[in-house]
Design a protein around this ligand. Structure first.
Ligand code: AMP
Ligand code: MG
Length: 412
C-alpha cells in the first residue's frame, strides 16, 4: 500500500519542500582554485588576513600635510613617497609637506593630502590655492577602516561573483572550499518519446524534457545526469530508477497522472518510497509527486520528484518545488521560489480551487512592472512558454483578475 500525504494545497506543498530543505544533513564540499569558484556557493568564511587598508593610505596624488598648517602658508617639500614605498625620513616636520602618490602610505605626522590640482608650486615649496579648504583626514583612508584583520568578509553560503572573487583574492585566497554540486539523475518516461537522433514517427514526441530539466538543474547549481528514456513498463522504470540511485536527487518526468500506463508512483512505492505529496492543487502541474527513497546498503536515502510530462507542467513544477530543494542541497540555504509582484495589464481568468501558474510576460523596464499572461494551448505548449519570461501566479480563491490588479509572479 502506498504511504501518501495525498493532494495538498500549493502553499502547503512549498512548505513541505522547505521543511525538507531545512532538515538536510551535512552537505559535502570540495576545494577549488579561486577562479573555478565563480558561481559556486562558499562553504567557509572568507576572512581578512590583515587590516584593510593595511596602512593609512592616500587616496589622491598630492601633498601629505598637517591640515592645520595648510591654511595658506608655503610648505617646504621634503621629498616624494610612491605607492609601494614608505617614507623613511622620520615624522613630517613643521612647515613641510611630502609629495605623495595615490595608494602610498601616509608619512608619520601628516593627517591630510592636498590634491595636486589644489596647490601652486613655489620652487621647492607648495602653497594651497585660494578658496580651497582642507580638513584633517581628507583624502586619507585609515588603516583597518574597510576591514579588520580576522573579520569575516564573506559568510559561508555566499554565491561567488566577480566582486566576491576579487575580495577573496585581496585576502590571499588562491583556492576556496565550496559546496559540491548535487548530482541529479533525469529520467523521462513515456512510450511516445524518441531521442534527438531518431526521426519521430507521426504520433511520437521528441524527449525535450530531459534537456529542459538538465538546463534548469544546471541553473539551480546542480549537476545534471540524463539517463535513457524509460518506456511505460514497470521493469524499465525500475531499471532506470535503480541506475539513478547513484545521484543525490532523482527527477522523473511523465507517468504520474491517472492514466493506465502511469506507473511511476507504483514503482517508487514498490521500492519503499515515502511520499510527501502525490499531487498539488495547481494548474498546470497537479500530478506532481515529491518523496524519498529509503537508504539501502550502498546508497543513502534519495529525494525524488515525479514531474508531470507536459513540458510546461514539468518546468513550472521544477521552479516551484525542485529548485528550492536543489539550491538548498547545493549550500544555497532555505529559500522558497522567487516571487515578486507586478501589475496586470490584461484581465485573466483564475480557477476556483486551483493555484494557476501561467506562462506570462513581464515588462520590468518601468517603475511599475507590468505583466500579461501569454496566449497558449495548454500545458503542452512549449512555444508559448518560450514567449513568456515568468509565470503569473493566480490564487485559487478568485475567478477573475483584472487590469490594474497587483499579482504575484514567479521568476524563472
Ligand atoms: P504524462 O505526464 O506521461 O501523461 O505525459 C503527458 C504528455 O506530456 C505526453 O502525452 C507528451 O505529449 C508530453 N511529454 C511527456 N514526456 C515528455 C518528454 N520527456 N518530453 C516532451 N514531452 C513529453
Ligand atoms: Mg506518459
Amino acid at each position: 500500500m502506498m504511504a501518501t500525504n495525498g493532494v495538498v494545497a500549493f502553499d502547503e506543498a512549498v512548505e513541505i519542500v522547505l521543511r525538507h530543505a531545512a532538515g538536510l544533513d551535512r552537505l559535502s564540499t570540495e576545494t577549488l582554485a579561486l577562479l573555478d569558484c565563480r558561481g559556486r556557493v562558499l562553504a567557509e568564511a572568507v576572512v581578512a588576513d590583515r587590516d584593510q587598508p593595511p596602512f593609512d593610505r592616500s587616496t589622491r596624488d598630492g601633498f601629505a600635510v598637517r591640515a592645520a598648517e595648510a591654511a595658506g602658508a608655503a610648505l617646504r617639500v621634503l621629498g616624494l613617497v610612491r605607492a609601494g614605498e614608505r617614507w623613511q625620513d622620520g615624522a613630517l616636520e613643521q612647515g613641510a609637506a611630502i609629495e605623495i602618490m595615490t595608494g602610498a602610505p601616509m608619512p608619520e605626522g601628516a593627517d591630510a593630502v592636498v590634491m595636486v590640482e589644489h596647490v601652486e608650486r613655489l620652487g621647492e615649496a607648495v602653497r594651497r590655492i585660494e578658496g580651497r579648504t582642507i580638513r584633517a583626514g581628507e583624502n586619507v583612508v585609515l588603516r583597518g577602516s574597510e576591514a579588520r584583520r580576522g573579520e569575516d568578509l564573506l559568510a559561508a553560503g555566499t554565491v561567488m561573483g566577480a566582486t566576491e572573487l576579487a575580495l577573496a583574492a585581496a585576502c590571499g585566497y588562491s583556492e576556496l572550499r565550496v559546496y559540491r554540486k548535487p548530482g541529479v539523475a533525469i529520467v523521462a518516461t513515456g512510450d511516445e518519446l524518441v531521442e534527438l537522433d531518431t526521426p519521430p514517427g507521426e504520433q511520437q514526441i521528441r524527449n525535450s524534457n530531459s534537456y529542459g530539466l538538465a538546463a534548469m538543474v544546471g541553473e539551480a547549481r546542480g549537476r545534471p545526469w540524463r539517463l535513457a528514456v524509460a518506456r511505460d513498463l514497470r521493469e524499465e522504470i525500475l531499471e532506470r530508477v535503480t541506475e539513478g540511485r547513484r545521484a543525490e536527487m532523482l527527477l522523473l518526468s511523465g507517468g504520474v497522472s491517472m492514466g493506465k500506463y502511469d506507473l511511476v508512483e507504483e514503482v517508487l512505492a514498490e521500492l519503499g518510497a515515502e511520499f510527501f505529496f502525490t499531487g498539488v492543487k495547481m494548474q498546470p502541474g497537479k500530478p506532481v509527486v515529491f518523496g524519498r527513497l529509503p537508504a539501502r546498503a550502498e546508497f543513502p536515502a534519495q529525494f525524488f520528484f515525479g514531474l508531470p510530462g507536459n513540458p510546461v507542467s514539468t518546468q513550472v513544477t521544477f521552479h516551484c518545488f525542485v529548485e528550492p530543494l536543489l539550491r538548498a542541497m547545493g549550500g544555497g540555504g532555505v529559500q522558497g521560489p522567487r516571487f515578486v509582484q507586478a501589475t496586470l495589464d490584461e484581465d485573466v481568468a483564475g480557477k476556483a480551487g486551483l493555484m494557476r501558474v501561467l506562462p506570462a510576460r513581464l515588462k520590468a523596464d518601468r517603475v511599475r512592472p507590468e505583466v500579461r499572461v501569454v496566449g497558449w494551448q495548454g500545458s503542452g505548449d512549449l512555444a508559448a512558454n518560450a514567449r513568456a519570461n515568468c509565470y503569473a501566479v493566480l490564487p485559487p480563491d478568485k475567478e477573475r483578475f483584472l487590469v490594474g490588479d497587483v499579482i504575484t509572479i514567479l521568476l524563472r
